[in-house]
Design a protein around this ligand. Structure first.
Ligand SMILES: C[S@@+](CC[C@H](N)C(=O)[O-])C[C@H]1O[C@@H](n2cnc3c(N)ncnc32)[C@H](O)[C@@H]1O
Length: 271
């Protein structure tokens, strides 16, 4: 698929589908967001950027639970409409700014934020180093950059599944190991880089998603599916492709596909 801005055509289709449904996700869900908040030392009153904020679950959560001021940026405009609606609904609209933008060319001045977090976004970007460099650029000296991304836990020759991830979900490039993700942070000039990789636990995933979204959100998303199937040919094609791809999933997939949390700090002398 041809790359268009920082996103592939398959990625664009996938994100339009998710925005229409009204839910976005990252592996590790609620627990990983809390881990990022803790490891990036995010506290009340801080200015935090969430890159690729999707439907805005993390900005709303951080505003509600931590009391920080959050800017959410996303390349898919309908995501921002959902994020805006959520922020209003949970009563944190005044703490959240939302704007369209590309992770590879962030529309912010240098050193603007106390922390930058990014949950399951860079995996979809062709030039991963450029994105991580941008995260470091907009973080103040002494501030943190934290990512959570799909991670290759061990080498695999399951090329069919990996090709499916590119073709349907719009991931770009190879699936990266923990070491490869950490190297991107180090090359961006970040100090004290830490990397932790986790295996997927589907029960924990389900619990985390219910904690991140209310039961009402999940039911509303599911209720939109029949209408999308009947009225939106693109969404229907996407659903068919996704269902067809499950034949590539096997128990071994979860031996090599997990996720990682990567955190680094911008040096105090960074100018
Ligand atoms: C898998 S979703 C994750 C959304 C959110 N972070 C979450 O955890 O729920 C990926 C998001 O990244 C956004 N995205 C993809 N490529 C991007 C880019 N180059 N710049 C900014 N956002 C991007 C998509 O529009 C989508 O909302």
């Amino acid at each position: 698929m041809e790359e268009k801005r920082g996103i592939s055509a398959a990625g664009e289709q996938y994100f339009r589908f998710l925005a229409e449904m009204g839910v976005t996700k990252h592996f590790g869900s609620y627990n990983v967001t809390r881990e990022l908040i803790e490891r990036c030392q995010i506290g009340a009153g801080q200015a935090v950027l969430d890159v690729g904020c999707g439907v805005g679950a993390t900005p709303s959560l951080m505003a509600q639970e931590i009391g920080c001021r959050v800017t959410g940026v996303d390349i898919t405009p309908p995501m921002l409409a959902r994020a805006r609606e959520r922020a209003g609904r949970v009563g944190v609209a005044r703490q959240i700014d939302l704007c369209a933008g590309d992770a590879c060319a962030l529309p912010f001045a240098d050193h603007r934020f106390d922390a930058v977090i990014c949950e399951s976004v860079v995996v979809f970007v062709a030039d991963k180093q450029r994105a991580v460099d941008e995260f470091a650029r907009v973080t103040r000296p002494g501030g943190y950059v934290g990512l959570t991304e799909v991670t290759l836990l061990q080498p695999t020759d399951d090329t069919e599944f990996l090709a499916y991830m590119n073709r349907v979900a719009g991931c770009q490039g190879e699936m990266l190991s923990k070491e490869a993700w950490a190297a991107h942070l180090a090359r961006a000039g970040l100090a004290d880089v830490t990397a932790r990789a986790y295996r997927l636990d589907m029960r924990e995933e389900a619990k985390g998603r219910l904690r991140r979204y209310s039961l009402r959100d999940v039911l509303a998303a599911l209720a939109r599916l029949p209408r999308m199937w009947l009225r939106d040919p693109e969404a229907k094609a996407f659903l068919q492709q996704t269902a067809g791809g499950t034949k590539h999933l096997c128990t071994e997939t979860f031996d090599y596909m997990g996720y990682g949390v990567y955190v680094g700090r911008v040096g105090e002398d960074s100018s």
